[in-house]
Design a protein. Structure first.
Length: 257
């Protein structure tokens, strides 16, 4: 049986009996195409998913007409809340969290609906995606050579590419003036040129598009690298005049359409 909560209130129970949750449909895909001059076919320029809609239907159950009305009022207040967690655990699957707002909810009350009332609701997920409620971290500690190449083999599940946070902690350095992270799988890199110091932390947030040292924004070259589902090969490159030691952590949430 599917488990569903909105703002930490269980909907799939004997009060808000859940008949179905249409959450598996992927959001609309926006493909931008450009025609080729004097040739057949088109070129794909951009590919983005838009907002996601989740349809729910069920029945509110009461013990008396007054109890039913009280539960309907509680239901309306709950579904009026904006941008709250909609947590869905499908049969045989893992929990995924959508930040959702109910765009409409309706009640189909007939004269015989004295202690029960059918309801339907539509939720909008502006980001178009859901995420696991806990993160996964890949660690590559004690990096002492440059270039250093390895592979992240943990970004395997989910149905949409994750956007991780890349953290490089400088345990020690010798006149280090550049740090560069390259995702060889997607052929994208980001690098920071500055005078680094011992114990400094470079944080690259690929989702929120921030690049910071010690929590302060810094200039960078390149782009925020994207990560494919599956194994991603990466290379860490430094510019320095002697020995160094760096710890690398890549933290991400499994992401679902």
């Amino acid at each position: 049986m599917i488990d569903l909560k909105f703002d930490n209130t269980t909907i799939s129970n004997t009060t808000y009996f859940l008949e179905y949750s249409k959450h598996q449909t992927a959001p609309d895909r926006d493909l931008e195409l450009v025609r080729l001059p004097n040739r057949s076919g088109e070129v794909l320029i951009s590919n983005n998913f838009r907002s996601k809609r989740i349809l729910l239907r069920g029945v509110i159950l009461g013990t008396s007409p007054s109890d039913l009305q009280s539960k309907v009022d509680t239901f309306k207040e709950l579904f009026s809340r904006e941008a709250k967690n909609l947590d869905i655990t499908p049969d045989g699957g893992s929990i995924r969290r959508y930040i959702a707002t109910c765009s409409s909810h309706t009640f189909d009350q007939e004269s015989y609906n004295v202690t029960h009332m059918p309801w339907e609701a539509e939720f909008i997920v502006p980001s178009g995606e859901g995420k696991a409620t806990s993160s996964t971290t890949y660690s590559d500690d004690d990096i002492t050579s440059s270039p250093h190449t390895d592979a992240i083999g943990l970004i395997l599940a989910g149905s949409k590419k994750s956007q991780p946070v890349i953290v490089m902690t400088i345990d020690s350095e010798t006149n280090m003036t550049k740090l560069k992270f390259t995702n060889n799988t997607t052929d994208q890199y980001i690098e920071v040129t500055r005078a680094f110091a011992n114990a400094e932390v470079l944080t690259i947030d690929c989702e929120n598009m921030t690049c910071q040292v010690g929590g302060v924004d810094v200039d960078f070259d390149g782009v925020f690298p994207k990560f494919d589902i599956g194994t991603n090969s990466y290379t860490l490159t430094t510019t320095d005049t002697g020995a160094f030691n760096i710890d690398l952590d890549v933290t991400y949430y499994l992401t679902y359409l």
